[in-house]
Structures are given as structure tokens and as C-alpha cells.
Design a protein around this ligand. Structure first.
Ligand SMILES: [Zn+2]
Length: 91
């Protein structure tokens, strides 16, 4: 191995690694922003006091599923209460 081939090899490895990290970050960036800006995550970590005021809050997938399940249960309870016949009054 000559010095020139080592220089070429390290240059190619550097270029490939840079491209890999660029595309990996580009691919993961929306998920990272969604997760890092989730106000419910900050709340569950007891860090909501330090949530930056300038950020518009988003919701991560886990908390979105949790809130959807809660609202579906609330809706089912409300529907059940509305369709149940009124209780008879004992005289
Ligand atoms: Zn979250």
C-alpha cells in the first residue's frame, strides 16, 4: 500500500460516511422534530416548565394513540349514557 492509495481510501470512506449521515438525518428529521417538540412527552418527563415558548407543540405517535383511545372511550361512554333507557323512579 502506498501513501496515495491510503489517501484515496480515507477520502472515499469520508465521502461515503458523510453522505450516509446526511441521508440518515434527512430521513429521520421529521420524526426527531415530532418527538422532541411533543408537549405531552415533556409533561410526562416533568419538564413542561422548561418547554420553549417559541416552539409550536406537536404530538408524537405514542401520545396521539393514547389521546385517541381516551377520546374513543369517552365517546363510547357518552353514547352508552344517551341510548340507555331512563331509570324507573321508585315511589
Ligand atoms: Zn409524546
Amino acid at each position: 500500500m502506498t501513501t496515495l492509495s491510503l489517501v484515496i481510501w480515507f477520502t472515499l470512506v469520508g465521502i461515503v460516511l458523510t453522505l450516509y449521515l446526511t441521508f440518515f438525518t434527512w430521513y429521520l428529521w421529521p420524526a426527531l422534530m415530532r418527538k422532541s417538540h411533543c408537549a405531552w412527552c415533556w409533561q410526562s418527563l416533568h419538564l413542561i416548565r422548561w418547554y420553549p415558548r417559541g416552539w409550536s407543540s406537536t404530538i408524537c405517535g405514542r401520545h396521539e394513540r393514547q389521546l385517541r383511545a381516551q377520546s374513543a372511550a369517552r365517546r363510547a361512554r357518552r353514547l352508552d349514557a344517551a341510548t340507555r333507557p331512563p331509570a324507573e323512579v321508585q315511589a
